[in-house]
Design a protein around this ligand. Structure first.
Ligand code: AMP
Ligand code: MG
Length: 468
């Protein structure tokens, strides 16, 4: 790279991984170290519901893995250049998408949602052409590279491509590798079917917990193709993602997804299940009795249902979940949608003591008109009654964040960084470490408050494309 400059560095993660050096040459692929095993990985995928065959790491370059306090961890550069799987792409990434990935993945980690993590962000000194709106008018943007980590970057599509090749030997080999390297609890005794079902049940449970975390925080991934689904149930491939502000179950941040809204907020759990079923299709050929895979789908549904109900009970301060609470939740979602309310902000305002509609108006929870709020008032009454007038606000405060890196907040940090000022990005990278706490620096901060009007129409805030 012509001019690699380290802009963000995750010291804590570097220490957890055994004390990695913060040399920008390393994290832009300009220098290698003994023991690195650079490779690009081949995978396939279903994109928007259609099998598209081979994809692969078109712009990610793995450096191999480190074994530190967190076990086996793969380190990967995103945007380091062309690979055998780049197709027409340039293998590069730009500053705006790299900063979004770095800050959002770290924010997810601190919200306790399973995710890949960011180790570094370097600008490269290269100019990269990007046609942001797919309108034939590419503009030059600053190149950047994020070094990111996960147990591995194997995806559902990693198994699908081998099944599509009919290569049972490689498929068995990859399954055995994942179990051996990553799954100490799965024993191969009792035959390979039992081990595979055990492993896939863990994948299903983790995927369910991950998606439940997305739903709790109003995160919309935007591109839940099977090539973007981690085999470890961690959020990967941050692209045109977004965070719900005014509640809308049909919202998708991804312009490419607009025609069918396949990856809209409310569809994410069922899409995860559909993706999981494609993984099971891929693994079935190496099993003696593939009907045993049915219990994996059942594990997904029950894990998701359980995680969801616990999360609602905690975030509404109900203490325990009972069957009857389903109606309270359904009505809450209805009210949020009807009055264009920010669900997370509303629950946090309630956690901090709001008991009336006026409190919610004062807390800037409502984007719609602040008159005619009868259904909201009725719901607040029902909620307080359910909690016997005393919601468990302590638990609510531990579960509903004060701080989220919403798209417009990221955009302000991007605008500044593109102009050479990294102080906003640095400030966010610190603030996001304490999402559940009120902090003194929030007072009148540029990231506080409801969504500003300009963010409704500004590209990068309201809508994003895959082109990054
Ligand atoms: P994504 O939607 O970002 O997960 O990417 C889908 C596929 O396109 C993956 O195989 C990527 O590696 C590939 N891809 C995306 N951007 C580029 C790029 N600039 N150069 C090469 N390949 C890319
Ligand atoms: Mg991807």
């Amino acid at each position: 790279m012509p001019d690699p400059v380290l802009r963000l560095w995750n010291e804590t993660l570097a220490d957890e991984l055994g004390g990695l050096s913060n040399d920008s040459a390393l994290w832009t692929g300009s220098r290698t170290e003994t023991g690195m095993q650079q490779h690009a990985h081949r995978y396939g995928g279903h994109q928007f519901g259609t099998w598209v065959g081979q994809l692969g790491d078109g712009r990610a370059l793995s450096l191999g893995h480190v074994e530190g306090a967190c076990g086996w961890t793969e380190v990967q550069l995103k945007g380091a250049g062309r690979t055998p799987y780049s197709r027409q792409g340039d293998g590069r990434a730009v500053l705006r998408s790299s900063l979004r990935e770095y800050l959002c993945s770290e924010a997810m980690h601190h919200l306790r949602v399973p995710t890949s993590r960011a180790l570094s962000l370097c600008t490269t000194g290269e100019s990269v052409p990007r046609d942001m709106f797919y309108d034939g008018r590419p503009a030059m943007e600053q190149g950047a590279i994020v070094a990111r980590t996960a147990p591995s970057f194997l995806r559902f599509g990693s198994f699908q491509i081998l099944a599509s090749d009919g290569d049972d030997v490689a498929l068995r080999g990859l399954i055995a590798h994942v179990i051996e390297a990553h799954e100490p609890d799965v024993t191969m005794e009792g035959g390979s079917d039992a081990a595979i079902v055990h492993w896939l049940t863990l994948v299903a449970q983790r995927t369910a917990r991950m998606v439940s975390g997305w739903m709790q925080h109003g995160f919309v991934h935007g591109v839940m193709n099977t090539d973007n689904m981690s085999i470890h149930g961690v959020t990967i491939d941050y692209g045109p993602f977004g965070w719900l502000e005014a509640h809308d179950p049909t919202w998708t941040p991804n312009t490419t997804d607009l025609p069918g809204r396949r990856y809209r907020f409310a569809a994410q759990p069922s899409i995860a299940a559909w993706n999981l079923a494609r993984l099971l299709d891929a693994v079935a050929p190496v099993m003696q009795d593939a009907s045993r895979l049915e219990r994996v789908m059942a594990a997904f549904s029950s894990s998701y249902g359980q995680a969801r109900n616990v999360a609602w009970a905690e975030r509404l301060g109900l203490r325990t979940w009972t069957e009857g609470d389903e109606g309270l939740v359904r009505e809450f979602q209805h009210v949020l949608h009807e009055h264009q309310m920010d669900g997370v902000r509303t629950m946090r305002t309630m956690a901090d003591g709001a008991t009336t509609v006026v409190d919610l108006i004062k807390g800037d929870c409502i984007y719609g008109p602040t008159s005619g709020l009868g259904t909201l008032e009725a719901w607040m009454h029902a909620w307080l009654e359910r909690c016997s007038g005393a919601p468990d606000t302590e638990t609510m405060q531990r579960r509903v964040p004060v701080f989220r890196v919403r798209n417009w907040v990221l955009q302000l940090a991007i605008d500044a960084a593109e102009a050479g000022d990294w102080s906003k990005a640095e400030a966010l990278s610190q603030r996001l470490k304490h999402p559940f706490d009120h902090r003194p620096e929030d007072e009148n901060a540029w990231w506080s408050g409801p969504r500003p009007a300009w963010a409704m129409t500004r590209p990068g805030c309201s809508m994003l494309s895959c082109s990054s």
